[in-house]
Design a protein around this ligand. Structure first.
Ligand code: ADP
Length: 195
């Protein structure tokens, strides 16, 4: 099963993708995590992506499509994956369809996590507080101004995926405002219905 999880920043994609990895043994393919790892490792990719990510803008389609293409060739993706934070543009969604097709696979389901902006803003502020309390550095893109930009970028570039996957008959919407276990249950029900 290949599953796309998308939704605005802070909608809970990463949390749900990690739970799916545990419960369904599907690898979580998070482009955000891959890019942050590249930054930590100081690779050329990381150096190029850092300023863009710190502003909350999108890294170029070619770059993220390249890292996903490479990742998809690894053996743990053979029986499927959860795409978390990718695709984020129509060009990325088309590239993903082509990539999977070349491997004899396809996207089975695209789940949109829907959450109000006010809740996202509150979640981001809480995440920063929790990380500081735990002695960790908050993400550079979790400031209120950058979050506003990430939301704008989401509605402008990523929200068109709703129509893209609806036209393919693959779109499901889950209300991401419910408590985490309830969101997990809704996603599980959709996966069971699809397989
Ligand atoms: P969130 O969904 O909370 O914004 P992510 O970890 O998915 O967090 O993404 C963080 C940042 O990484 C994005 O704001 C963007 O700069 C970059 N990024 C991640 N995935 C992509 C992608 N598919 N295309 C372009 N940029 C991306």
């Amino acid at each position: 099963m290949n599953l796309v999880l998308f939704g605005p920043p802070g909608a809970g994609k990463g949390t749900q993708a990690k739970l799916l990895m545990e419960h369904r043994s599907l690898p979580q393919l998070s482009t955000g995590d891959m890019l942050r790892r590249a930054i930590t490792e100081g690779t050329e990719l990381g150096r190029n992506a850092k300023a863009i990510m710190d502003r909350g803008d999108l890294v170029s389609d070619d770059i993220v499509i390249g890292i996903v293409a490479e990742r998809l060739n690894q053996p743990d993706c053979a029986s499927g994956a959860v795409f978390d934070g990718f695709p984020r543009t129509i060009a990325q969604a088309e590239a993903l369809d082509r990539l999977l097709q070349s491997l004899g696979k396809k996207i089975d389901l695209a789940i949109e996590l829907k959450v109000n902006d006010e809740v996202l803003i509150e979640r981001s502020a809480n995440r920063v507080k929790e990380m500081i309390a735990a002695g960790q550095n908050p993400r550079a893109d979790d400031t209120p101004e950058t979050l506003r930009n990430r939301l704008d970028v989401y509605y402008r570039n990523t929200a068109p995926l709703i129509a893209y996957y609806r036209n393919q008959g693959k779109l499901k919407t889950v209300h991401g405002m419910a408590p985490i276990p309830e969101v997990t249950k809704s996603i599980a029900a959709l996966l069971d219905g699809a397989s």
